[in-house]
Design a protein around this ligand. Structure first.
Ligand code: NDP
Length: 434
């Protein structure tokens, strides 16, 4: 892996890296504070900061505590043990630019089921009250912020001194190396894949665990769970279940196969996902909304449909690639482009690009149902406050940026074949618009 090519201008690239490095940690704390202590009102938080300045931020920033550390360590060790010990099929990841093929054990669905059953059982039998997690959430996030930064520094050092595979290297710039990472597939020993742990078993798993936590906390607080909370939790859990059902497919996506293990992916999955991705549920705990059965069902069905379409887009592409273009797409033989490319080691290879079905509507149509699904698990909060909608806005920006990054990468990889795909499928995300 040689020099990192900049997609945007250096000013935008370094500016956005440095601002994300410095602003995301306080943002996580402000998100938690607004939802838990400021009635979900950005204005209240803003006024607090305006009156007290930087000291105001320091005052609300919870210190990492022993109990927060214990909760995180127990959870992380439990997930690491499940990752290592649960049985699963041997799965090969995509071949990397240096010709390396990572091998995984596909036991994500089992780990997900064991985690939720254990967590809910601990509560049910009175062994551990998940409301404790909500009550210490600020300290937990604060501990995660600092702990994950240390973790990213260790990843950076490991990338320099003990890379796990040939898919590693320095860009020559310390900020780029720390931010984007150095290793594509860092491992501890032969089997413990660090990105599977950070992205899937810690980050995505925490989304489900916290969704359940918020429900239980609301039940403890009000004696019942509101219909808005139920719709939010069901949709988020269905989404996370879909993720683990398809986890081996996720190992073929940009996050794993192209983005290296650095602050962007690892800190993002260890801190940003537990806080920001779960934030609509975090908001609803203390701001319950009564939707009524009919509205609740409409929102639930719309959300389920979006999650299904998003799943079907990913499934269609992966079936098409797995069967070497022989799967049916919407009942017909797929239309395709046979694209050849050269690996960094100079080998000539071919890939198939699907140009019908969902992938014929737009080159990244799958982002539309992804964004709409997030909207539908947020809209139970109705429109009293903006804060629960932050995730939808963030996701939209993230995915529009990701579509551009992916298009640029594919253009560099496939050259004239990608141009042909763009002529056949001219829209990037929204058919007829963009
Ligand atoms: P993918 O990596 O799954 O898809 C893009 C890749 O697929 C390209 O890099 C290219 O890789 C290949 N490809 C592109 N066009 C075609 C085509 N026409 N036919 C066949 N292969 C093609 O995308 P993402 O990782 O972005 O998304 C995966 C899932 O994760 C989606 O459901 C998405 O919505 C979700 N997601 C969720 C996020 C969140 O934060 N909630 C963030 C990002 C994604 P190759 O080099 O193999 O050709």
């Amino acid at each position: 892996m040689g020099e990192t090519k900049l997609v945007h201008s250096p000013l935008i690239t370094y500016g956005s890296m440095l601002s994300l490095l410095s602003f995301t940690p306080p943002f996580v704390i402000l998100m938690w504070y607004t939802n838990v202590h400021a009635d979900g009102s950005i204005l209240k938080t803003f006024n607090h900061l305006r009156e007290n300045g930087l000291q105001g931020l320091i005052n609300i920033w919870p210190k990492p505590t022993a109990i927060a550390g214990k909760l995180i360590i127990c959870y992380a060790l439990f997930e690491a043990a499940l990752q290592l010990l649960l049985p699963g099929k041997r799965v090969e990841g995509p071949i990397s630019p240096t010709g390396h093929k990572p091998v995984y054990k596909a036991n994500g669905m089992a780990a997900y089921a064991v985690t939720l059953i254990t967590y809910i059982s601990l509560w049910w039998f009175g062994i551990f009250n998940p409301a404790i997690v909500y009550d210490h959430l600020g300290e937990i996030l604060s501990t995660l912020i600092f702990g994950s930064l240390v973790f990213c520094v260790l990843l950076y050092i490991k990338g320099h001194v003990a890379p796990s595979s040939t898919d590693s290297g320095s860009s020559g710039n310390i900020i780029v190396d720390f931010y984007w990472g150095m290793e594509l597939y860092p491992r501890i020993g032969k089997d413990f894949d660090i990105k599977v742990f950070t992205n899937c078993r810690f980050g995505m798993m925490s989304w489900a665990v916290l969704a359940v936590t918020y429900c239980i906390k609301q039940h403890e607080e009000y004696g019942s769970v509101s219909d808005s909370m139920l719709v939010n939790t069901i949709l988020m859990l269905v989404y996370v279940t879909k993720f683990f059902w398809w986890e081996a497919g996720y190992w073929n996506t940009m996050d794993i196969a192209h983005d290296r293990a650095g602050f962007y992916i690892c800190w993002g999955c260890l801190v940003w996902v537990p806080c920001i991705y779960t934030s609509p549920g975090m908001y609803l705990v203390k701001q319950p909304v009564h939707l009524g059965l009919q509205l609740a069902i409409y929102i639930l069905v719309a959300g389920l449909l979006c999650i299904y379409i998003n799943y079907d887009c990913d499934r269609q592409r992966q079936e098409f690639r797995r069967t070497n273009g022989k799967s049916t797409v919407w009942g017909k033989a797929p239309s395709k482009i046979v694209a050849s490319y050269t690996t960094t080691s100079g080998e000539k290879k071919t890939s198939l690009l699907l140009t019908s079905g969902w992938w014929g509507l737009a080159r990244h149509f799958h982002y539309v149902p992804e964004i709409l699904a997030a909207f539908f698990w947020t809209v139970p909060a109705l429109f009293n406050h903006f804060i629960p909608y932050f995730y939808v806005v963030f996701l939209t920006i993230l995915l529009f940026d990701r579509a551009k990054r992916d298009d640029d990468r594919c253009k560099a990889k496939y050259g004239k074949y990608w141009k042909l795909y763009c002529e056949k499928v001219p829209y990037r995300i929204i058919p007829g618009i963009y």
